[in-house]
Design a protein around this ligand. Structure first.
Ligand code: PLP
Length: 435
């Protein structure tokens, strides 16, 4: 705990900004962070799934430095520059979809989501966007409306943007329809087919659905196999589009370059952000050329969108991902961690569910496995105890009772194992205290 520094932070920054960990960081290298007092922590957060190639990655630092010296800003509404073109080429090549693609770049994830929605509305001349409960798409006006969790993201920020319909997501551990898996998986799409289009919005008026392939802030919820295929076929029936929000799941996190590749579906538009530039502010959309080209000249833009340094770094990120087979490394580390988490599940009844894909793994803590009552306090304590032992974790989930792991994918085996040991020690201690 950096008390003095935290007091300064609280005095200076808006109360709306509230770091989970009461520390102030001075520097970081790959998966290890050092605070201003010289305490070191293993980073299982990657700054919320961003530094997938590690903090201060030397190759990326070199590219950023070179680009800084050459050209660090030119607003894209004024003139083109090479890094944005190189990145557009690479992103189009690696993103799912066998169709002709176009791209556009922005600053934040929320901005990418907003612009994906603008594109599908303009292209389809329809307004309604289906989004999912328990989702997170950002903190701007429209993305708050698309987000399916009230506290804290939407709390007291009404009114929300119109034209958005939230429907249940297949969260199998806590099926919103009260079913067990497998039937629950198709319940959402059944609901859309049998009820929604008759009671809420006719299919012909749906512009698109937006979904995270694996819900991130919602607690690393993996939808059942078949869900995305069913959803896509429902949308196709009505000529509606599928926007896949890969902002948290993209760039190797789940063991594939993009998580939607696990589900055998081609999105019409995909949003990217977070790890694309390993921490420099950059986001984008990539999708069907005819949808992105439906936007009139000047309909997209912004002073900083597609910053030259961020684009140069992002192009290098993609090069490293392909050269070093980073998604495969995520899959290997992920299966090692999943084995450990499943052993912990056998040992500690506090863990109600272990889930995720690749290096996007989480445990959902419950007071008991029958009632599945969320153990929010136990999650808070686990994160706190882990930090005291030198591991930074994050929480997630509707009930803030999910402890999630997303370390840099470049973490070495020894540091990773040490982090998992600390996690287990913390869960063991909290289990003892809770019983
Ligand atoms: C799936 C998803 N979409 C959108 C966002 C918003 O991104 P940003 O915080 O960069 O606006 C996030 C951020 O966590 C996210 O996880």
């Amino acid at each position: 705990m950096n008390s003095e520094e935290m007091a300064r932070l609280k005095k200076l920054l808006s109360g709306g900004i509230s770091p989970l960990h009461p520390i102030v960081i001075r520097r970081a290298s790959n998966a290890v962070i050092e605070d201003v007092r010289g305490n070191r922590y293993i980073d299982f957060t990657s700054g919320i799934g961003v530094t997938n190639l590690g903090h201060a990655n030397p190759e990326l630092v070199a590219v950023a430095r070179e680009q800084l010296e050459r050209l660090w800003h030119m607003a894209i509404p004024v003139a083109g520059y090479e890094p944005i073109l190189n990145l557009a080429e690479s992103l189009s090549r690696i993103s799912p979809g066998s169709y002709n693609k176009k791209t556009a770049f922005f600053n934040s994830g929320a901005e990418a989501v907003e612009n994906a929605v603008k594109a599908v509305r303009k292209a389809t001349k329809r307004q309604t966007i289906i989004a999912f409960e328990n989702s997170f798409h950002g903190r701007t006006s429209l993305t708050m409306a698309l987000t399916g969790k009230y506290k804290p993201y939407k709390q007291d920020f009404e009114p929300f943007a119109p034209g958005v319909e939230l429907v249940p997501y297949p969260y199998c551990y806590r099926c919103p329809f009260g079913h067990d898996y497998p039937p629950c998986c198709m319940q959402t799409v059944e609901y859309l087919r049998k009820h929604f289009v008759h009671t809420r919005v006719p299919g012909e008026k749906i512009a698109a659905a937006i979904a995270e392939p694996i819900q991130g802030e919602g607690g690393f919820i993996v939808p059942p196999d078949g869900f995305f295929k069913e959803l896509k076929s429902f949308l196709d029936e009505y000529g509606a589009k599928l926007i896949v929000d890969e902002i948290q799941t993209g760039f190797g996190r789940t063991g594939k370059m993009f998580a939607i590749e696990h589900f055998g579906v081609e999105p019409d538009i995909m949003t990217v952000g977070k790890a694309i530039a390993n921490g420099l502010p950059l986001s984008g959309i990539v999708g069907r050329a005819e949808i992105l080209d439906s936007i009139h000249a000047g309909g997209y833009g912004g002073t900083y969108v597609g910053n030259a340094v961020a684009c140069a770094v992002a192009a290098k990120v993609i090069e490293i991902f392909e050269r070093d087979r980073i998604p495969e490394r995520a899959a290997v580390l992920g299966s090692m961690a999943e084995r450990r988490l499943r052993e912990m599940f056998e040992e500690y009844p506090l863990i109600g569910d272990v889930r995720g894909k690749g290096l996007m793994l989480a445990v959902e803590l419950v007071t008991d496995r029958r009632s599945k009552k969320p153990a929010e306090e136990a999650a808070r304590k686990t994160v706190e105890k882990a930090r005291d032992r030198g591991l930074l974790l994050l929480k997630a989930g509707l009930h803030n009772n999910v402890v999630r792991l997303h370390p840099p994918i470049t973490i070495d085996d020894e540091t990773f194992s040490k982090g998992l040991d600390i996690l287990e020690d913390s869960i063991r201690e909290v289990s003892r205290e809770e019983t």
